[in-house]
Design a protein around this ligand. Structure first.
Ligand code: UDP
Length: 413
């Protein structure tokens, strides 16, 4: 794993020095992150990098994962979908299952760090414990709650308002809340195996190992097999362009421990892809970072046809590789893609098919979109900016939400 020193040439020495200065001003405060899965999905992806780097900055940081059975994850997946605004059948018993499992976790997670940083709804109710503690609590919402199901949001809101602050990824997700709301975009790590530069030889070796032919341009979507990522819509869009362009579609996915729907969706995707030899469905283990990097880099066009999306790190990853991306205009994706400048935003299967054909036929235009997208990611969505935003947030809480904080004897902000 890359150490902070290695980011110096990417972001400049002053930026790294500033991180150390901010971290020092936390005066030994400790941080605990809690989420619901150690692997799979964007939150685990970020924490895997964020936690070691905070420790390297001298901020003692732990990461714990709450545990639950199948029924808990079935319920929290329904909550997740409902908070994203999709219709779900939720029974009173579901809320009880949720409360019970959170209560069962309470004795096993030491919540006495100076700042407790809870990710997403699954562990949100742990905040009930804070009455016995004298620390600060942050709720980090990674999902698009711009149009949440009122009943499910009504259940979570009293918990959310027990936090000192909450963090959303995009302005459109802001809520009417009695606590401060902070906007912080997620990020990718440019030096991780998922995103680092690869040689043509490295890419070739991975593609051969995975039996992905490179005789035709590759069109790729990387996503958990989740209905909100619309993998079936991707196949339909691809089938629409097939008669006029010669390309291969690769759907790359895997599972996340907290996502029980994946197996069923994967089966539906396999069924739909079955008769077409130009469609490959790859289910990879959650450690396949290098593989995903190589597939993204080998692709001519990358799709992210989400119907709902929190931020969409797969879009960030693809843009960082200079790829033309066609993505659903939902959640945090429009923060990353300006239509026809740094990628393409679409609203339908027909729109996706139309632009897929265009980009495959106009590689120079596609290349320009990718270049603009890469620059946008460089300026806004890399890990060091994210780390700095979190340190500032910790300082804000540590100074009783003061809007003027003196850093050591050296500078103010
Ligand atoms: N990912 C992965 N393997 C997969 C599918 C996804 O490693 O089979 C990674 C992907 O590269 C990205 C993250 O999981 O880093 C997904 O984050 P995103 O924000 O796109 O979606 P989420 O899964 O959090 O809804």
């Amino acid at each position: 794993m890359a150490r902070l020193e290695e980011y110096r040439s990417l972001v400049g020495p002053d930026t790294i020095e500033e991180l150390f200065l901010l971290a020092k001003n936390l005066n030994g405060k400790s941080i605990l992150h809690v989420n619901s899965t150690a692997t799979g999905g964007g939150v685990a992806e970020i924490l895997n990098r964020m936690v070691p780097l905070l420790n390297e900055l001298g901020v003692a940081t732990r990461w714990k994962v709450i545990k639950g059975g199948e029924d808990f994850y079935a319920v929290t997946k329904k909550f997740h979908n409902a908070l994203h605004g999709s219709q779900q059948a939720i029974a009173p018993r579901d809320y009880q299952i949720y409360e019970d499992v959170v209560d069962q976790n309470l004795p096993y997670i030491k919540l006495d760090s100076d700042i407790v940083f809870i990710h997403d709804p699954q562990p949100a109710a742990l905040v009930k414990k804070r009455r016995e503690l004298k620390n600060r609590w942050i709720w980090r919402c990674h999902i698009d709650v711009s149009q949440p199901d009122p009943q499910v949001w009504g259940f979570f809101k009293p918990y959310v308002e027990q936090y000192d602050a909450c963090v959303f990824s995009a302005p459109a997700f802001a809520q009417q809340l009695a606590i401060p709301q902070v906007l912080i975009s997620p990020s990718i790590d440019p030096l991780s195996d998922k995103n680092r530069e690869l040689s043509q030889e490295e890419i070739k070796v991975v593609l051969e190992r995975l039996n992905i032919p490179t005789d035709k341009p590759l069109v790729t979507q990387v996503s958990r097999f989740d209905r909100l990522k619309d993998p079936l819509g991707v196949i339909e869009a691809f089938k629409k362009v097939k008669p006029s362009v010669d390309a291969r579609l690769v759907l790359v996915g895997g599972s996340a421990d907290d996502d029980p729907e994946g197996i069923q969706v994967l089966e539906e995707v396999r069924q739909k892809a079955r008769e077409d030899p130009d469609i490959m469905v790859l289910c990879l283990p959650p450690t396949s970072h290098l593989e995903i990097n190589a597939i993204q880099r080998a692709s001519a066009v990358i799709l992210q046809k989400s119907i709902r999306e929190g931020f969409g790190l797969t879009v960030t990853e693809a843009l960082w590789k200079g790829k033309p991306v066609i993505a659903g205009a939902v959640g945090g994706i429009p923060l990353q893609i300006t239509h026809k400048y740094s990628g393409i935003l679409t609203y339908s299967i027909d729109g996706t098919a139309y632009w897929l054909k265009q980009l495959l036929n106009e590689p120079a235009y596609a290349k320009k979109l990718g270049e603009n997208g890469k620059e946008h990611v460089r300026q806004n969505f890399l890990l060091i900016r994210h780390l700095r935003d979190y340190l500032l947030l910790f300082l804000f809480l540590d100074h009783n939400r003061s809007d003027f904080i003196r850093l050591g004897n050296q500078s103010c902000f």
